[in-house]
Design a protein. Structure first.
Length: 742
C-alpha cells in the first residue's frame, strides 16, 4: 500500500506535532516545550536503494516501540529520493517504482506519536544531472569534476545549493510536514577539493577583489582568506536552509545539518563548531564510533565541548552505529555489544542523547537489534538526570578551531589533536573533572562554572582579545597551565615577536626557533629521540609539583627542545637532556647530562594565581607513548595549579572515567569502567567488572542531608559525611554506574 502526499495530508498527517505532545499519556498536561527539546531518544534505519522492495514497516514500528524512541530519522531525498519527487534531476531510488515509501514511514511514525526528521544527503548527484548542469558542480584547477563514490560533488556557490536543494526542502516540508530536516553530508567539497568554477571565482572576487588562490599556501594571506570564505559560505547555507524549512513548515521546522565529533574533520569540511552550535537550537551529532588513540572517553568529552558552546540545556542526539566500525568497517555485521555499550554510556556521561543507527531495512545479523533496547529503556527511566544539567569542574581545557586551521594546517593531528588527547587522557586517568572551553568563552564559563585553572595544550593561535581574556583570568586569581607554543601566533597563525603570554609563562622564544617555522615544528613534533627531563638532584629542592617523583633524577621524555630564555632562573623546574645514543649498549650514556634548556617553568602570581609552562610537549608524548610518568606529571601540575581544590575524588582500580554534574535536584555522578584489554584497540570483546569504588564529592555549603542512590544496579550505598565531603561506597561497576545525590 502506498500514499500520495495528498492522501497523507488528507489523512491528518500534517500538524500532528501541534496537537498532543510527543510521548504523552492520554490526559497528561501538554508539554509546552518545542518538539526538539522534548524528543530525547531517536532511531534511524538508513535506507538503501533496494529497500522499497523489501522493507517491513511493521517490524520497524515494533522496534521503535521496543527501544522507546520518541523520534525517527527517515530517508527523504538528496542523493536518492524515497518519494515521488517532482524536482528535476532529483534521482528516485532505483527500486522505488511508484511507491511513496517516505510518506508511508512518516504516516507510521505519526500514528506512533513520534517526531520525524526528514533525512537528506545533499552534496552529490548522478551523471545525468552533471551532464545537464556541469556548472552546478565543483571542478578542480584543470576543470575536471570532483567525484566521490561514483557521484559528482556539487559546488556550494552555484544553483545546486541555491536552487536545487531548497526546491527539495520545500517539496518535502510542504508535502509531508516533518518536524525538521537533517542532512548527513551538506558541506560540499572538502578542503582538499578547492573549486575553481565560475560561481566560486565570482563569489570570491566579490569578497576579496582577487582571484581564487591556485595553490594551498598557508603563508599566503589570500589562501587564509579562502579558508575563512569557505567557513562563511557553510554558515550561509545553514541559515538559508533554515529560512526555507521554516517558511514552509513554521518557526519550529528546523534544518539541522549533521556535525562530526572530530574538530579536525570539522576543519577539513569548513564546519565551524562554535558558530554553528551557538546559532542552532538543536544539534544532530554524527559521531558513530571511537578511534583507538582517543578512547571511549572522547564521546563524553565531545558532548561537554558542544554543550559548553551551545548551552547546557540543549538536546544533542548522537548517531550510534549498531554495526561494526573499526580499522575495517563491516556495516552489515553487528558491533560487539560491549563496544557499543561503552560508547553509548560515555555519551550519556557527556550529556548526549541516544540515536540508534542501522544501515538497510533488512539485517541478516539480527543480533544488532538486541543492543539498543535496554540502554534506551534505561535512558527513558532516568532521563531527568541526564538532561539540562551543568558540569561540576574547575578546570577548563581550551580549544579553538582557528588553532586547528592556522597552526595545525595540514598536520593538525600532530600539532593540535595529540597535545589535546594527551592532556585529556591524563585528566581522565587522574579523575580530575574538566570541561572543554572555547577560548572565546573563557569569561562566560568562568562565571558559570567557577573555573580556577585554564589549560592551553599547544594553543598557539590566539587573537589579541583572547590573550586579554586570559590575562584578565590570571589577574582575577585564576591559574594557567600552558604547553608548547601556546600564544606564539596571532589569529591568522603568523608568529609574533614572542609568546603573547611570555611575561606570565616566564619564558621567551628567540628568533630562529623551530616553532616559528611550520615545516620544522611539524618535523620536530613527529620526531622521537632518547631524550630526558632532568629533575634537581636534591629532592628537597624540587618544585612542589615534582615531589611525587622520589628516587629518580630523570624522567623519560622522547621529544626535542630548543633553547628558550627563562625570565627568572629560579622558576626552572625541569631541564632538557639532549638525545642519548640508542646503541650499541656500550654507547648509551649522556653526553650532556645538564642544560639550562627549560622543560618546565613554574611561578606564582599576586592574588594566588599559579602558572606552569611546559615547553616540553609532554602532553603530545603521553598521547603517543602512554608513559605513566607523563600522565603523573600532567596531573601533578594540575593539582598544584588548583591548590588541591578538586571537587571530586574517586578511588577505584584502573581506568574509570568520572563526570560530575549539578542538576535541579542535586548532583549526578557518572562512572564509566574503561578497564579492558581492548580499551585502546577496537573492539572491546567483553565487559570486565571493577570494584570496589569509593567516591567523594564536595557538598554545597550548609547542605548535609543528602541521599545517594545508584541508577544502574540500584545498590544500597554506604554513605557518610565528613567535613564538607559526602562519601559513598560502590561494590562494583560493570560498564557504568550513575549515582544521584539528592
Amino acid at each position: 500500500m502506498s500514499f500520495s502526499r495528498r492522501d497523507f495530508l488528507t489523512a491528518g498527517g500534517a500538524g500532528l506535532v501541534a496537537g498532543a505532545a510527543l510521548g504523552e499519556a492520554p490526559g497528561a498536561t501538554p508539554d509546552a516545550r518545542p518538539w526538539f527539546q522534548r524528543t530525547l531518544r531517536w532511531g534511524q534505519t538508513n535506507l538503501t536503494e533496494i529497500d522499497p522492495q523489501r522493507i517491513d514497516i511493521g517490524f520497524w514500528r515494533a522496534h521503535w516501540k521496543r527501544t522507546r524512541v520518541q523520534g525517527v530519522v527517515l530517508n527523504a531525498g538528496g542523493i536518492a529520493a524515497y518519494y515521488p519527487t517532482q524536482v528535476p534531476f532529483h534521482h528516485r531510488a532505483s527500486k522505488l517504482g511508484d511507491r511513496d515509501l517516505f510518506g508511508e514511514l512518516v504516516r507510521a511514525a505519526r500514528d506512533d506519536g513520534l517526531a520525524v526528521f526528514a533525512r537528506m544527503d545533499s552534496n552529490r548527484a548522478h551523471e545525468d544531472f552533471y551532464r545537464a548542469h556541469p556548472d552546478w558542480f565543483a571542478h578542480d584547477a584543470q576543470d575536471k569534476p570532483y567525484m566521490v563514490t561514483g557521484l559528482y560533488v556539487a559546488c556550494v556557490n552555484g544553483p545546486y545549493y541555491r536552487e536545487h536543494i531548497p526546491a527539495i526542502l520545500r517539496e518535502v516540508v510542504e508535502g509531508y510536514r516533518p518536524d525538521g530536516v537533517t542532512d548527513n553530508n551538506w558541506n560540499g567539497p572538502q578542503r582538499h577539493q578547492p573549486c575553481f568554477c565560475r560561481n566560486c571565482e565570482e563569489s570570491f572576487r566579490g569578497r576579496t577583489g582577487a582571484a581564487l588562490p591556485r595553490t594551498a599556501n598557508w603563508d599566503d594571506a589570500l589562501y587564509r582568506e579562502w579558508i575563512l570564505w569557505n567557513y562563511v559560505r557553510r554558515l550561509e547555507i545553514w541559515d538559508e536552509f533554515n529560512r526555507v524549512t521554516r517558511a514552509a513548515g513554521g518557526p519550529d521546522c528546523l534544518w539541522v545539518g549533521m556535525m562530526s565529533g572530530s574538530l579536525n574533520y570539522q576543519a577539513r569540511v569548513f564546519r565551524d563548531d562554535a558558530e554553528v552550535f551557538r546559532r542552532t537550537p538543536m544539534i544532530m551529532l554524527d559521531h558513530q564510533r571511537r578511534f583507538d588513540d582517543e578512547g571511549f572517553q572522547h564521546n563524553a568529552e565531545t558532548g561537554l565541548r558542544l554543550h559548553s558552546v551551545g548551552g547546557w540545556d540543549k538536546v544533542i542526539p548522537e548517531s550510534m552505529a549498531m554495526y561494526h566500525l573499526g580499522e575495517h568497517n563491516f556495516r552489515l555485521a553487528m558491533k560487539p555489544t560491549a563496544e557499543a555499550r561503552l560508547w553509548v554510556v560515555e555519551g550519556f556521561a557527556g550529556g548526549v542523547q541516544p540515536w540508534w543507527h542501522h544501515l538497510g531495512a533488512v539485517q541478516e545479523d539480527r543480533r544488532m537489534f538486541e543492543t539498543a533496547a535496554p540502554l534506551w529503556r534505561w535512558h527513558e527511566q532516568h532521563e531527568r538526570h541526564l538532561v539540562d544539567r551543568v558540569p561540576v569542574a574547575n578546570v577548563g581545557l581550551l580549544w579553538s578551531q582557528r588553532n586547528t586551521d592556522f597552526f595545525g594546517r595540514d598536520d593538525a593531528g600532530v600539532l593540535v589533536d595529540e597535545p589535546w588527547n594527551g592532556f585529556s587522557q591524563a585528566l581522565v586517568r587522574a579523575r580530575i573533572p574538566y570541561v572543554p572551553v572555547h577560548v572565546d568563552d573563557v569569561g562566560r564559563l568562568t562565571r558559570e562554572l567557577g573555573l580556577k585553572l585554564l589549560i592551553l595544550p599547544n594553543l598557539a593561535v590566539l587573537s589579541d582579545a583572547q590573550v586579554a581574556s586570559l590575562r584578565a583570568f590570571v589577574a582575577d586569581g585564576g591559574s594557567l597551565l600552558a604547553t608548547g607554543a601556546s600564544s606564539l601566533c596571532d589569529e591568522a597563525g603568523r608568529p609574533r615577536a614572542d609568546l603573547a603570554l611570555a611575561d606570565l609563562l616566564g619564558a621567551m622564544v628567540p628568533e630562529g626557533h623551530a616553532w616559528r617555522d611550520p615545516a620544522r615544528r611539524t618535523a620536530q613534533a613527529r620526531e622521537w629521540s632518547q631524550t630526558y627531563l632532568r629533575l634537581p638532584r636534591d629532592e628537597t629542592a624540587r618544585h612542589e609539583a615534582l615531589r611525587g617523583f622520589a628516587n629518580t633524577d630523570i624522567l623519560a621524555f622522547g621529544g626535542m627542545l630548543e633553547p628558550l630564555q627563562v625570565a627568572r632562573p629560579g622558576d626552572l623546574a625541569l631541564s632538557f637532556v639532549p638525545p642519548v645514543p640508542l646503541s650499541p649498549p656500550e654507547d648509551v650514556w649522556m653526553r650532556q647530562p645538564e642544560t639550562r634548556i627549560p622543560g618546565l617553568v613554574c611561578s606564582e602570581r599576586p592574588g594566588g594565581a599559579r602558572v606552569a609552562y611546559l615547553p616540553a610537549d609532554v602532553d603530545r608524548r603521553y598521547a603517543r607513548e602512554q608513559i605513566p610518568d607523563h600522565a603523573a606529571l600532567l596531573a601533578s601540575l594540575v593539582r598544584w595549579c588548583l591548590h588541591g581544590t578538586v571537587p571530586l575524588e574517586v578511588d577505584a582500580p584502573g581506568l574509570v572515567d568520572c563526570r560530575l554534574f549539578r542538576t535541579r535536584a542535586g548532583h549526578v555522578l557518572h562512572l564509566v569502567n574503561l578497564n579492558n584489554a581492548n580499551a585502546w584497540r577496537t573492539p572491546v570483546h567483553e565487559l570486565v567488572p571493577v570494584g570496589p569504588v569509593r567516591a567523594r564529592i564536595r557538598l554545597p555549603a550548609g547542605k548535609k542531608n543528602v541521599r545517594a542512590r545508584t541508577l544502574v544496579n540500584e545498590d544500597k550505598l554506604a554513605q557518610s559525611v565528613r567535613s564538607e565531603w559526602l562519601e559513598v561506597q560502590l561494590p562494583s561497576i560493570t560498564d557504568h554506574e550513575v549515582v544521584a545525590f539528592e
